[in-house]
Design a binder for this molecule. Structure first.
Ligand code: RUQ
Ligand code: CUA
Length: 764
């Protein structure tokens, strides 16, 4: 393909270089660079397909599981540039996640049995859907080790809620959402008693259970409503990955299982190990569940309550026609519903085929009550032959399947072969294969889980990176390999090492569907989306002491923390510091910490946070802004003084000496006038062009004038000092005037640069 494109690219680069040929220094030609760096034409093409020039943005945003890190990694496609780590199950210091009270409360929602958990085995992110399509509002992710689900709001990319599953001891098949995000699905993995009590392994078949939970999502509140959620009791078959039906199969959910032998190992007891006993049979079971019937059963009071959670017993689900099994080739892993909801694709690790089940066939068999038998728990089993649409031999170790924008085209990861197979599930044939490096787990196409996949790119999430990157010790990064799927033949175009593992699965959404905010309404608790009781406006700051409790209502704005001194703390006092970021300007985040107390906050514009600690030792504790926010960031500081028991103010040292003279004042005053001239010229430029056509610039200009407006008050104080010939204070107030000027000038220059780069037109 695309000789022409490549040729055009070379011409473009050559002509660009031609422009600079007249300069005294000589630039490399494209050929020079290729030679020097040993690049092929293929490499160049791949580079051109993935390079996103400065100032330009990516077409898609990927949300990747951060695996054991318990976080979510956000990166752009095709550039593969990392944009953010979202703290989810694990404290994340930069965002203050786990170090301020608001986020601690979120993390606490995920404690199990009163036990604090500071990590998670995060596996599967899922984007919220409306009619089966990604709507860009919420992201969910599960924790396999400590069965939990987290909710992330994509208005600010913050984790808002973590819930712990009250009846599972482990899970895997989550988070998957139903077509309108009515529910977030979570299926258990390793069977255990649902009441979490002790039962000997000998009673495995009778007392151990699997299950599938349906977490009711309240979209208005943006939170899971645990009270309206329920689970199905399932046999102890090690339920695995799951998916929700869509279109004709909406209302149903599917989950695989392995070890439906219900084998319990115990090599210590002289028994063959788990892996032998768990793959003895040729088939396992796909579970087919109807959650709409489940909802009704719960409403009719037919569920029992275990650990405060509604669980639908198997016999109730069976009688109501809400639960069926279908044999599937042994030890399956992925189950994926096609975009049109008409087929369910299952791949078995120990089988070279993908099995495509027809939803109409499944429905017909259910309707006709054509069962080939029942399992040990009385669940009706539909015939495999009766429900299979086709099986396609794709290669060794097929795991997961994603879909293309082109109808019937699917991509399946082949773990053992280290390949991706492109195939057609309607015609049942393989179209193309590509090798990856090495051992792929999940794969992801753009919006490839939704009712309308977007094609373009595929990311292979590889478990190993044996020879791909510079060695960094025995633990290698994992490798996300970007594959161009825009043509008949797949082409590998980028390797992205991920050093935060293990990323299991990722989902990608068209970037223009996301509309995150840039500031909060002033005084917002971002973790609850409500007005923060500790919020104050500028000028309302105060410190309140009641008994052994000191409460500070503070604010942050460039380049100033109010208060600057906290001096009414005694050893043993409980200190609460509320901080509100008064900024309205974009990207003007301030951080805050008092050293030695393990507290930290990231306070984005408009946000209010709470920091709480016990002043358990006397001393002088500097506090400061931890975010390089402005030219005077280092000066954004203060002191907390913690007095020892029984301390009394004795004779204080003399007041600070007067060091500034009239000459100092005059020097500062002249600097201010010069600075004002610079500001005036910047303002003249900005107002001479159509700056109002650029909302980003309008915001900057507003901010600059806001800073300048503060000089009025300061100048009055300065003039009064001049009148009193108090050169000390006159100089200091003149200095403060200059601080505001510097901030205004800084913003003004940013606006000017923006306008110059975006070709503002002269309007006069
Ligand atoms: S699955 S092992 Cu997503 Cu392939 Cu967890
Ligand atoms: Cu605010 Cu540094």
């Amino acid at each position: 393909m695309k000789r022409a494109t490549l040729h055009a690219l070379s011409l473009l680069v050559a002509s660009a270089l031609g422009l600079s040929a007249g300069l005294s220094w000589s630039a490399d030609s494209l050929q020079d660079v290729m030679k020097k760096r040993g690049l092929s034409q293929q490499d160049l093409l791949a580079a051109a397909k993935t390079y996103v020039p400065t100032g330009k943005r990516d077409e898609f945003l990927a949300f990747s599981s951060g695996g054991h890190s318990g976080q979510v990694i956000v990166y752009g496609i095709p550039s593969m540039r990392i944009l953010k780590y979202i703290g989810v199950f694990t404290p994340e210091p930069w965002q203050g996640y786990g170090y301020d009270e608001e986020s601690k409360a979120v993390l606490k929602g995920g404690w199990i049995n009163g036990k604090e958990l500071t990590w998670g085995d995060s596996h599967h992110p899922a984007l919220s859907e409306t009619k089966g399509n990604y709507d860009g509002q919420f992201l969910f992710i599960n924790d396999k080790a400590n069965p939990r689900i987290a909710v992330i709001d994509l208005r600010d990319f913050e984790t808002k809620q973590i819930i712990a599953n009250p009846v599972f001891m482990s899970e895997h098949g989550g988070a998957f959402v139903t077509s309108n995000t009515e529910y977030v699905i979570e299926a258990s993995q390793y069977a255990a008693p649902l009441d979490k009590k002790f039962v000997p392994l000998e009673e495995f078949n009778d007392k151990y259970r699997g299950g599938m939970s349906f977490w009711k999502f309240d979209r208005k509140k943006g939170r899971i409503d645990m009270g309206k959620s329920f689970s199905f009791e399932l046999p102890p078959y090690s339920q695995d990955l799951s998916d929700a039906g869509k279109g004709p199969s909406d209302g149903w959910a599917f989950t695989n299982s392995f070890c439906s032998e219900r084998y319990v190992g115990g090599i210590e007891r002289g028994r063959p190990p788990f892996e032998a006993g768990c793959s003895a049979k040729d088939t396992d079971y796909m579970h087919v569940l109807n959650w709409k019937i489940g909802e009704k059963l719960v409403a009719q009071g037919k569920a029992k309550t275990i650990n405060g959670h509604k669980v639908i017993p198997m016999n109730v689900a069976i009688t109501a026609g809400a639960l069926f099994l279908i044999p599937e080739p042994k030890s399956p892993h992925g189950v994926d519903v096609t975009p049109d909801g008409k087929f369910i694709v299952v791949s078995g690790k120990l089988d070279t085929h993908v099995s495509v089940y027809g939803w109409d066939k499944i429905q017909a068999a259910i309707k006709a009550r054509r069962f080939e038998g029942k399992d040990a728990y009385g669940i009706p089993i539909l015939g495999m032959r009766d429900t299979l649409y086709t099986q396609v031999q794709v290669g060794l170790g097929p795991l997961h399947t994603q879909f293309d924008s082109e109808k019937c085209v699917a991509y399946t990861s082949l773990y053992v072969d280290s390949q991706v197979a492109k195939w057609d599930y309607c015609k049942g044939k393989v179209l193309d294969k590509i090798s990856i490096h090495y051992n792929i787990g999940h794969l992801m196409t753009m919006e490839g889980d939704s009712a309308s996949p977007k094609g373009h790119y595929l990311v292979a999430l590889n478990k190993l990176a044996i020879d791909r990157f510079n060695p960094v010790g025995p633990l290698h990064p994992q490798n996300h390999q970007l594959i161009d799927i825009g043509n008949d033949k797949m082409q590998l175009i980028y390797d992205m090492p991920i050093g935060l593992g293990e990323p299991h699965y990722a989902v990608a959404i068209a970037a223009d569907k996301l509309k995150p905010g840039i500031r909060y309404k002033l005084g917002t608790n971002s973790r609850t989306d409500s007005k923060h009781p500790g919020a104050v406006r500028g000028g309302e700051e105060k410190t309140v002491k009641k008994g052994k409790k000191v409460t500070v209502y503070g604010t942050l704005i460039r380049s100033h923390i109010t208060p600057e001194i906290i001096d009414n703390v005694n050893v043993g006092d409980e200190v609460t510091i509320y901080l509100t970021n008064l900024e309205r300007a974009q990207d003007e985040t301030h951080g805050f910490t008092v050293g030695g107390f393990n507290i930290h906050a990231s306070v984005e514009p408009g946000k209010t946070v709470t920091l709480k600690f016990k002043a358990d030792r006397e001393g002088v504790f500097p506090y400061y802004c931890t975010e390089f926010c402005s030219a005077l960031h280092l000066e954004m500081q203060g002191y907390m003084l913690v007095k020892p028991k029984g301390w009394k103010a004795g004779k204080m040292a003399k007041a600070e000496a007067k060091v500034y003279t009239k000459a100092d004042y005059e020097k500062q005053h002249k600097t201010n006038l010069d600075t004002q001239a610079v500001i005036d010229s910047v303002v003249a430029y900005i107002t001479s062009v159509n700056y109002k056509d650029f909302p980003d610039v309008v915001a900057l200009v507003d901010d600059a004038f806001d800073q300048l407006s503060k000089t009025k008050d300061v100048k009055i104080k300065m003039d009064a000092a001049v009148k009193a010939q108090d050169w000390q204070n006159a100089t200091l107030w003149a200095g403060q005037w200059w601080q505001y000027q510097v901030k205004a000038a800084d913003i003004g220059l940013r606006a000017k640069t923006y306008l110059e780069q975006h070709h503002a037109k002269k309007v006069k």
